[in-house]
Design a protein around this ligand. Structure first.
Ligand code: MG
Length: 350
């Protein structure tokens, strides 16, 4: 064997010997990467075109109340015109739009609508009528409602003061990691949280803010949730301008769609009021009556004494109970909560 050949063989042996080490390093780097926390989700800057427009529809020579939701679904807009008082054909008119934050144009629908949105005015015409609507910021009638005497305050709200999360823990009992924001809310971080206290029958007030995520789709827009008893998810999602459905905001997740869409646009503070009755069990622990909930979202009833048949979605493996905590969901979207309180109901009647 020549010296050159010996050197080449030696080099090849060194490479072979080093391969397992290199592979192990690669594997450990991969493992380190997968255990690193994901980058925090980021909210997009607001778009002043997005939101509610309120005014009138003129049809058949008469003016009736009308409104529109302007939704951004990148790279487009979507305009939902609604004037239910003028009949079924005006109950939900969904039209594609294009443009930017200075001007949006839209057209389509059975009646061949064409319209524009500019300077806070939405104007449109069709074979069926004409709408003239103005940009309007809606507020929930119960926004910042104070807890009554005797309420259990789970998340106190005081303007300009950071929230105290002492009533909550992460799922395994570690201190709550959600971030206390300057606006007096807390924002999702580090997994779901649970209230330390448990509740049977109760009334609950909660406020939530869904981020503006125009590139997200379906369940990937501002997803979170409020689990009553830790097992029944009342969905929190950007469902603005979307037909009521059992996966949308206002729904008992996967079970019962809201009666109507009562959502405000992303970036708004919204309210939920729940009147919840726990399931009832016989002496052997067998369920004899489903839990029920009445839900009011932004002042509008979206569930009315609805039976909750079983734990929902991701909670399916958890048992139904007489009393349980409240869970807030971290679904990797920068959703915020504030002003959460509960009034326990002693009345056994359902
Ligand atoms: Mg959810």
């Amino acid at each position: 064997m020549s010296i050159r050949t010996m050197l080449l063989v030696g080099l090849a042996l060194c490479v072979v010997a080093a391969m397992p080490v290199m592979a192990a390093e690669k594997a450990s780097k991969g493992a380190a990467k997968s255990s690193e926390p994901k980058a925090p989700p980021v909210e997009s800057p607001p778009d002043k075109m997005v939101g509610d427009y309120v005014g009138t529809l003129n049809t058949g020579g008469k003016d009736v109340a009308a409104e529109a939701n302007v939704v951004r679904e990148d790279p487009s807009y979507r305009i939902v015109l609604r004037a239910p008082a003028a009949g079924e054909k005006f109950a939900w008119v969904d039209l594609p739009g294009k443009g930017d934050a200075s001007k949006v144009t839209f057209s389509g629908g059975d009646d061949a609508w064409t319209g524009t949105i500019e300077n806070g005015q939405l104007k449109a015409e069709s074979k069926a009528g004409k709408v003239d609507l103005k940009f309007t910021v809606k507020k929930s009638p119960t926004e910042l409602q104070k807890p009554p005497a005797g309420a259990v305050v789970l998340l106190a709200y005081e303007e300009g003061k950071k929230s105290d999360t002492a009533a909550w823990t992460q799922l395994k009992g570690e201190p709550c990691q959600w971030v206390a924001m300057d606006d007096g809310s807390i924002q999702v971080k580090g997994g779901d949280i649970k209230s330390k206290q448990t509740f049977g029958d109760f009334q609950m007030h909660a406020e939530f803010r869904i981020p503006f995520e125009p590139t997200g789709k379906g369940q990937g827009r501002g997803n979170s949730g409020i689990f009553l008893h830790d097992v029944y998810e009342m969905q929190v999602l950007d469902s603005y301008g979307i037909k009521p459905e059992a996966h949308q905001c206002g729904a008992i997740y996967t079970q019962t769609a809201p009666l109507v869409n009562a959502c405000f646009p992303p970036g708004s503070w919204q309210t939920y009021e729940f009147t919840f009755r726990a399931p009832r069990f016989d002496a052997d622990g067998k369920k004899i009556k489903d839990a029920t909930v009445t839900t009011v979202q932004n002042g509008v009833k979206v569930q009315e004494n609805t039976d909750i048949k079983a734990p929902t979605g991701s909670a399916k493996s958890r048992p139904e109970v007489k009393a349980g905590p409240i869970r807030l969901q971290d679904h990797q979207h920068p959703v915020r909560f504030r002003n959460i309180w509960i009034v326990e109901l002693k009345d056994e009647a359902k």
